[in-house]
Design a protein around this ligand. Sequence first.
Ligand code: NAI
Length: 357
Amino acid sequence: MSDVFAGMIERGHEQVIFCSDRESGLRGIISIHNTTLGPALGGCRRWHYGSESDALNDVLRLSQAMTYKAAAADLPMGGAKSVIWKHDKNDGTTEALAKAMGRYVERLGGLYIAAEDVGVDTQFIDWMASETAHVMGGEVAARGGDPAPYTARGVVNGIKAGLEYAGKAPALEGVTIAIQGLGALGYNIAKIALNEGANVIGAEINAERQAEVARELPGMKIVSLDEILFVECDVLCPCALGGAVTADNLGALRCTVLCSGANNVLSDPFSDAKSLKDNGIIYCPDFVANGGGLIQLAGMWCGFDQPELDRRLANVQNAVLTILKDGEGMASTHEAALAYAGKRLTAGKPLNEFATA
Ligand code: NAI
């Protein structure tokens, strides 16, 4: 137990709930990091962790990041996340599992609103929604649907801010973008980029998925997994797992702008972001650039209408540009992004207040 408290105290978590259900086999953890700005919406991740402490560390880390993501997006929401520890790597989802998790979310009375994440799809969310109203991202019982198209729009806006900061036009025409990972997010970014006239280079570890995306987006050039991070490009956009950029590989990057769809793209955000700055690479902080899905789902939860959601999604570009400029006087743009989000947290309320539903 002391490890749980140590982890919570170190990062400032408010509440961590362990959830077990023998019938469905659920082993879940809900982590509520900070509710200063409001109730907390965050994904529910299903993953085969190596140990209980790996699952705990992941949910503590992810929920803390959600606090900063929501604050940076100027939402009246806090930060939380949940994980479901898969017994076996190949375990599939079941309705019973989703419902058991839904019942635990319901008990929190709306302090935590669950949504999709790795291993949890719209069907799983709809199953959860049969047990709780505090869930977003489903297509039948819950609202919102897949957040990836909105996250993609936000990331594209972040890319445009990076290009503008580099002294180029804030547009994708003729720009070369390299995308690592062509899943829900990478695919949507590639599609928008191609439509807006970019040259898109992609790589995907799953051969079947790669073939599927290549068929749908014939304009994209496919390169090997070893090449993708190091191709010469205007924008590098990792959209696979976190930690793609490390102290060991960042010197070999050949991009002008690094704008990530993946969370925690830097293996050590403080030192890697500083090294990127020293190397002249413009780093658009991940938790600001990839907040579009949260803006859509949390915004819907708060009762914003579509024009307001669109305005907020478009505002990702202004937020990223402001942070890139703020970063000039700081060690890195990562620190500038933390300060940007921190200002809203310290104030205890979002910049623009809206009634929450
Ligand atoms: P996904 O699971 O649909 O796609 C990830 C893709 O990356 C998969 O196709 C996988 O095969 C591929 N991949 C894994 N390792 C790879 C590697 N080394 N090289 C190339 N491809 C590799 O997940 P999704 O939704 O596209 O998310 C991608 C990342 O973006 C995740 O880190 C996620 O946490 C983050 N993110 C996603 C959001 C969303 O709305 N979908 C919102 C914010 C962050």
